[in-house]
Design a protein around this ligand. Sequence first.
Ligand code: CAA
Length: 380
Amino acid sequence: MKLELSDEQQMIQAMAREFAETAIRPIAAEIDREARFPHETVKRMGELGLMGIAIPEQWGGSGSDTVAYVVALEEIAKACASHAVIMSVNNSLYGDPVLKYGTDAQRERFLRPVASGHAQGCFALTEPQAGSDATNQHTLAVRDGDHYVLNGRKLFITTGREASFALVFGQTDRTKGARGISAFVVEKGAPGFTVSKTEDKLGIRASDTAELVFDDCRVPAANRLGEEGMGFKIAMAALDGGRIGIAAQALGIAAGAYERSLAYARERKSFGVPIGEHQMVQWMLADMATAIEGARLLTLRAAALKDAGKPFGTAAAMAKLFAAETAMKVTTDAIQVHGGYGFIKEYEVERYFRDAKITQIYEGTSQIQKLVIAREVLGR
Ligand code: CAA
């Protein structure tokens, strides 16, 4: 069994690490404090090929693979979890399904600008009453000639305000439940499509989380992705891939908090010695290092399965579950290692702690990941 990254994957990892350290890390605390979307560095991520990393070059992407995506995303998240979610949604939840289910004309129009980093895409599935229960869609898409008319609201949409393209899910046939849901690409500026508010959040504060409103919004039938009624499968398949991205984000958050804890344990003294000499602290660091390595292996495994064209949904759910729980535990312990200094903003671990929480919630809560895993292990 080979566990080494290829030369190309190592190169992409090193490039992402350098960019994260020099361009993102210096602004991470400030954009968190100001809840400011980092336009400049997101643009540069596009120029570096990070916004469409596994999308073929033919469609504006970098033509690399999911493993490269994961190792790059971990590096970005080590510096700033907000940048990581922006990158993850663009690649996995928007780019991937448009690549997989779009026609060539749709890829040209809706994927190329996003994969090349000139525009961003978002994924609009969640509604006020449809979070974990994602099939409970109230947004309606009614066919009217060569258009559909969309009415409804989408909540907690990452990059919702900034995105030029939204992949929107709605009911085209209410009587069919999940099989009556369809997917559409809606362009920014479409009449009847507005962004009504941006959320003020606990963590990932520099990412944009918005509510989208569709009020008699006319969308050309040519913007429908896949057949009518295929929308829920498209959403679930996109989320299978998205969960690998969020696992990598959670891994990066944990690794970032761990690196700071390690440095602090070497430098801070108590009872006459660096605190890393105390067994109580050593145990916390050992637990952190072990859990992070486990999360990394699970995440890489899910990515490698996806690259090999094998089923990866359960592996992605396991990776996301374990990495998110690891991120929460490691960032909690990172504050503990820092003591009082961990509770204030100066040492950054409090930001990692706040950012970790969302990884247990979005793209399927930890409880939903367990449901997905349990269904598989029970053969249901
Ligand atoms: N791939 C393809 N199709 C799938 C699938 C998958 N992974 N999982 C389910 N489906 C299909 C099923 O086969 C079924 O199709 P048929 O009727 O043709 O057989 C259909 O979808 C319905 O599936 P279920 O009966 O399993 O649906 P369910 O209601 O019991 O539950 C669920 C499914 C797993 C709970 C699902 O609703 C789920 O994952 N919920 C969590 C939603 C979620 O992750 N939301 C995240 C929002 S996006 C976000 O957070 C992004 C962000 O901004 C960062």
